[in-house]
Design a protein around this ligand. Structure first.
Ligand SMILES: [Zn+2]
Length: 246
């Protein structure tokens, strides 16, 4: 594995434009549960799989918000992991774009400046009737008290997380960034979820994959680090930023 870490560090030290694709595996050590992992919220049956279904939300927003407010609370208090901080730090050395499947907002919290959130974010809410948007913070009390935030028009407010039945966001921008990058790093994703799974096909440079467990669609020319994201961050940081805290 040391050999792989060194190779990854060599690739990164010759990179000008980096695209990082992150999935749930980067945030589990921050306390954010994933969906279908061993302790995932679907696997454990914490919520039913239609909780992020648009039609189910329209039928009964309260049902979503009972779960959603706890989930958002967990995301709000989560701190960046060593890997989130490492990705931010790479901006010193190269142009770095983060494309994430996560909705936890932790890349922004870590200070990353170019983040594409394919599945949206909980930081704003949109009215399903008139389309007006609100900051989550301004509606937080109403959510906690009533499980039913509403717009001034009376319509139900939905968090700007991409639900099943809605298109993902900024996909074209993500594909363009992939096409322009000379290195891609995939972190904490098994690449099974569309459309993030398509991203590597738009890319022709060097690929580094960091994921504990198998990843679909990678080839033998890709550098695969089968380790936890934080361990990779700490080891890579020792080489790329010697003597510095991560
Ligand atoms: Zn409205």
């Amino acid at each position: 594995m040391e050999n792989h870490i060194q190779k990854a560090a060599d690739i990164l030290s010759h990179t000008e434009r980096l695209l990082v694709l992150t999935g749930a595996g980067i945030s589990t050590s921050a306390g954010i549960p994933d969906f279908r992992g061993d302790k995932g919220i679907y696997t454990l049956g914490t919520v039913s799989e239609d909780i992020f279904d648009l039609r189910a939300f329209r039928d009964d927003p309260k049902r979503f918000w009972e779960f959603g407010k706890k989930f958002i609370f967990t995301m709000e208090k989560a701190a960046p992991t060593p890997m989130h901080r490492f990705i931010k730090k790479l901006e010193i050395r190269m142009e770095t774009t983060v494309v994430t499947q996560n909705i936890d907002g932790i890349h922004e919290k870590a200070g990353s400046t170019d983040v594409i959130e394919l599945h949206g974010s909980f930081s704003s809410l949109t009215c399903l009737s008139c389309g007006k948007t609100y900051a989550y913070k301004g509606k937080q009390d109403q959510i906690m008290e009533t499980n039913s935030p509403i717009c001034e028009c009376g319509g139900a407010l939905k968090p700007d997380i991409v639900f099943f039945g809605e298109p993902v966001q900024d996909l074209k921008k993500a594909f363009k960034k992939a096409a322009d990058a000379d290195t891609m790093m995939i972190i904490g994703s098994s690449l099974t979820v569309y459309p993030a799974s398509l991203l590597p096909s738009y890319f022709k440079g060097k690929m580094i994959v960091v994921n504990k467990g198998p990843v679909s669609g990678i080839t033998i020319t890709d550098l695969f680090l089968d380790i936890e994201a934080d361990r990779a961050a700490i080891e890579l940081s020792k080489i790329l930023f010697p003597g510095e805290e991560i």
